[in-house]
Design a protein around this ligand. Structure first.
Ligand code: 13P
Length: 258
């Protein structure tokens, strides 16, 4: 059985103390997360930068991995407001969300900036969780696949160092994020298959086959199991339903299966 990912993107929510309390409550609910860890599911939490280090410290005795929601591609220098990969690693982060739809569509990141961030992340030996997905109007116009293709092709143009250890992909259709309007199983299945084909092409046959593909967009307890039944989907990236530890624990149990 392939390893599964359950990832929490807290976006711009949670203070330091709320983040720490979440970890304590989650571990209370899922004791198998305490090291050495009992299960097949890898939990990954993406807190805001300010609480990354404290949440990593709270998770020290667990198998929970902590990641950043963004990074800058330079290692240091005069880039006011940005956060580098060495800083993220030093704070306890071992993964970064790259090209989340809110970075692309609210904060204006284009495919080239996303590619530069992905390259820097891979070079730093940190897991890049590359987010791709189309807008509602792009899907309605029949362009969902070409949009995702361009996002993948640009981001993976420099493929040196990219393996299943440094890259995972999250398919998050923008219209499904935070809307409660989740994508249908056939739509996600078709897109996951397409992403797999593109990974074989843009990474290579060996590693492209092993890269994890996650689904994200209005995942909540009760609808996760159906996505996990899709052959190419080996995880979920969760926003709203990841903010409450009990709800996140319910997702963990749903992923474990009966
Ligand atoms: P929601 O689960 O709130 O739809 O958010 C998904 C998301 O953007 C995760 O990165």
């Amino acid at each position: 059985m392939p390893k599964l990912w359950l990832a929490a993107n807290w976006k711009m929510h949670k203070t330091v103390s709320e983040g720490q309390a979440f970890v304590a409550r989650l571990v209370e609910q899922i004791p198998g997360l305490i090291k050495p860890g009992a299960g097949e599911i890898r939990v990954l939490i993406f807190p805001g930068f300010v609480s990354l280090q404290s949440v990593a410290a709270a998770a020290r005795d667990t198998t929970i991995r902590i990641g950043a929601q963004d990074c800058y591609f330079e290692a240091h220098g005069a880039f006011t407001g940005e956060v580098s990969l060495p800083q993220i690693k030093d704070g306890g982060g071992s993964a970064v969300l790259i090209g989340h739809s809110e970075r692309r569509h609210v904060l204006g990141e284009d495919n080239l900036l996303v590619a530069a961030k992905l390259k820097a992340t891979v070079n730093a030996g940190v897991l890049a969780l590359l987010c791709v997905g189309e807008l509602a109007e792009e899907r309605d116009a029949g362009n969902a696949f070409s949009v995702v293709d361009e996002q993948l092709e640009t981001a993976l143009a420099n493929r040196s160092g990219i393996t299943e250890r440094t890259l995972a992909v999250a398919y998050e259709p923008v219209w499904a994020i935070g809307t409660g309007r989740n994508a249908t199983i056939p739509d996600v299945e078709e897109m996951a298959l397409y992403i797999r084909e593109k990974l074989l092409e843009y990474v290579d046959e060996e590693h492209g086959r092993e890269v994890s593909i996650l689904y994200g967009g209005s995942v909540k307890p009760g609808n996760l199991a159906a996505y996990m039944g899709i052959p190419d989907i080996t995880g979920a990236l969760v926003g709203g339903a990841s903010l409450d530890a009990d709800s996140f624990a319910a997702l963990y149990r749903e992923m474990e299966g009966p």
